[in-house]
Design a protein around this ligand. Structure first.
Ligand SMILES: [Zn+2]
Length: 215
């Protein structure tokens, strides 16, 4: 099974990718995590990525593609993978097509996790942290016993600037702008399937299994 999971932050694709990768015995290839691992392992690309990140710049398409190429050549990815967070741009999608061709592999599908803007805002702005012990809560999915108070130490809970509505709205807009050409790219190639990303986690997983089985 060779799949790409696409979806905005908060769409829940990482959680589903982790579960299904285990079930299908294929690696979940999450680019954010991979960058951190490559840097820690000190590979040539990892050192390059580290240099770029330390200068405050965004990691370029070339570096991302290099990392993916390195990763897809590992033996555990020979029989499949779930790409989670890659590609982000058309250039990355084209490079991935070339790489898979080179490896003699074929993508089975691209699953887009569709979640309404209102629901994404609800999920992404709900996080609260303790000022004293930094324990994380979520006002919907992991609420503290007493509103605004840390269960562990009684400290005051606060919302990080990153989780404020204005910042989250901006992140979601940037994502939508960046990703809509990518959705068109895969739609034109009849690769795209939409997964309803709201509702019970098990129902969403069942929908993904059905789409994957039909590929
Ligand atoms: Zn606390």
């Amino acid at each position: 099974m060779r799949l790409i999971f696409l979806g905005p932050p908060g769409a829940g694709k990482g959680t589903q990718a982790r579960e299904l990768a285990g079930e299908w015995h294929v690696p979940q290839i999450a680019t954010g995590e991979m960058l951190r691992e490559a840097v820690a392992a000190g590979t040539a690309l990892g050192r390059e990525a580290k240099r770029i990140m330390e200068s405050g710049a965004l990691v370029s398409d070339d570096v991302m593609i290099g990392l993916i190429a390195e990763r897809l050549r590992q033996p555990d990815a020979a029989n499949g993978f779930i790409l989670d967070g890659f590609p982000r741009t058309i250039a990355q999608a084209e490079a991935l097509d070339r790489l898979l061709k080179e490896l003699g592999q074929k993508l089975d599908g691209v699953l887009y996790f569709d979640v309404s803007g209102a629901e994404l805002l609800r999920r992404l702005t709900g996080r609260r942290l303790c000022r004293q012990c930094q324990t994380a809560f979520h006002i919907i999915s992991a609420p503290p016993r007493r509103p605004g108070i840390c269960d562990r130490c009684g400290g005051e809970l606060y919302q990080r600037d990153d989780d404020s509505e204005a910042t989250v709205r901006n992140r979601l807009q940037v994502y939508a702008r960046q990703t809509s050409p990518l959705l068109d790219y895969y739609r034109q190639r009849s690769m795209l399937a939409t997964i309803p990303g709201e509702g019970a986690i098990d129902d969403i997983r069942a929908a993904i299994r059905r789409v994957a089985a039909a590929r």
